[in-house]
Design a binder for this molecule. Structure first.
Ligand SMILES: Nc1ncnc2c1ncn2[C@@H]1O[C@H](COP(=O)(O)OP(=O)(O)OP(=O)(O)O)[C@@H](O)[C@H]1O
Ligand SMILES: [Mg+2]
Length: 353
């Protein structure tokens, strides 16, 4: 078993802060995904856990033991890197076996372990080949098998699918999900692909500029984003965000009036998802000229401009109108999210009077 505690860990290089106050307990067997834009500190966090980078603040605890001063070798953590390095002159079999040799594990067990790991990633028929004779996806799976063969306490995977094409990403993603279930090993997985995050994770951590923005299940992150950054990052399209004012329980912005929101008067940002709103014949709370329309196959995305922001609504696939026609949009108040205009933090419109 392996529970990982990150106790306010941080990393700075001189005056530059890479990761700040990262405080989280990752449960035994949990699949945790770190998600965020490029440069937000995902790899740095992983490297601190693996011991490839010293934490400049805080403690890293694996199974109740502080590991800050332990070498990577002593942490029983297997890492699959953003760009995987296989030995070009070794066969797939020898590549997968390598960690067992390095760790001086009883040679009589090697064959069985290599074959079990390679079977898990469906590489049985490729064991005699060299990396140059494999496709990108197959090489990626060799890297995974090499991590699996050690039967570590913790898996750290840093964008393991980044070099695959779209189709292979989907099938390998499914394989990883299945594997993590089968192996039941605590896994921390880095990606900047939110579909990957939402499909794989027990919990997702969203980071921005070294700071954790929200930790939650994929459902929680999607359904109750903690701030405008998360709201604007998660979902395709991301949540619509409109700046305006609340006065006497009504939200107003240009071409927008939504009544019945029980929050105090203040400047705020209103959010709602394209699929939660609908186009109506008339009487909706938003009335504005159509800026653009996109046929998506199963639906039509209709967008208007409010202030500077593009606001999208999912309409029927049969919906027909012209750019410039005024469209009326209905937004159920229970689907409205409100955020403080100054801090960006969520204001709970449902639980507050
Ligand atoms: N050795 C270093 N010295 C100084 N700054 C560094 C060093 N390594 C990383 N950084 C900085 O720390 C920040 C976080 O980097 P990190 O590699 O963790 O980002 P990331 O979230 O993994 O991004 P990506 O999605 O692009 O891989 C970046 O701004 C990066 O430039
Ligand atoms: Mg990275």
């Amino acid at each position: 078993m392996a529970e990982i505690q990150l106790r306010n860990i941080g990393k700075r290089w001189g005056g530059f802060v890479g990761v700040e106050n990262f405080d989280l307990t990752i449960a035994d067997k949990e699949f945790l995904v770190l998600l965020g834009p490029s440069g937000c500190g995902k790899t740095t966090t992983m490297r601190m856990i693996a011991g490839l980078e010293d934490a400049t603040e805080g403690e890293i605890v694996i199974d109740g033991k502080v590991v800050n001063d332990l070498d990577p070798k002593e942490r029983d953590v297997a890492m699959v890197f953003q760009s995987y390095a296989l030995y070009p002159n070794k066969t797939v079999y020898e590549n997968i076996r390598f960690p067992l040799k390095v760790r001086r594990i009883d040679p009589s067990t090697h064959d069985e372990r290599v074959r079990r790991a390679s079977a898990m990633v469906e590489l049985d028929d490729f064991l005699h080949r060299r990396p140059a004779e494999l496709s990108g996806g197959q090489r990626q799976r060799v890297a995974l098998a090499r991590a699996i063969v050690r039967e570590p306490n913790v898996f750290l995977m840093d964008e393991p699918l980044s070099n695959l094409d779209a189709k292979l990403r989907v099938s390998t993603r499914a394989q990883i999900k299945n594997l993590s279930h089968e192996l039941a090993v605590t896994t921390i997985y880095v990606t900047h692909d939110q579909v990957e995050a939402m499909t794989l994770a027990d919990r997702v951590v969203i980071m921005k500029q070294g700071v954790v923005q929200q930790v939650g299940t994929p459902f929680e992150i999607y359904d109750r984003p903690a701030n405008t950054f998360v709201a604007g990052f998660i979902g395709n399209p991301a949540m619509n965000l409109i700046e305006g004012d609340i006065s006497k329980s009504a939200f107003r912005a240009e071409n927008v009036e939504i009544l019945g929101l029980s929050v105090p008067d203040k400047k705020c940002v209103l959010g709602f998802r394209a699929e939660d709103a609908s186009v109506v014949a008339s009487g909706g709370q938003i009335n504005a000229p159509i800026y653009t329309m996109e046929l998506l196959g199963d639906s039509t995305m209709v967008s208007v401009r409010i202030g500077g922001a593009l606001v999208s609504v999912k309409a029927d696939k049969g919906y027909r109108a012209e750019i410039g026609d005024v469209v009326s949009i209905s937004v159920p108040t229970e689907q409205c999210h409100l955020f403080d205009a100054d801090t960006g933090e969520r204001i709970d419109s449902r639980g507050q009077n």
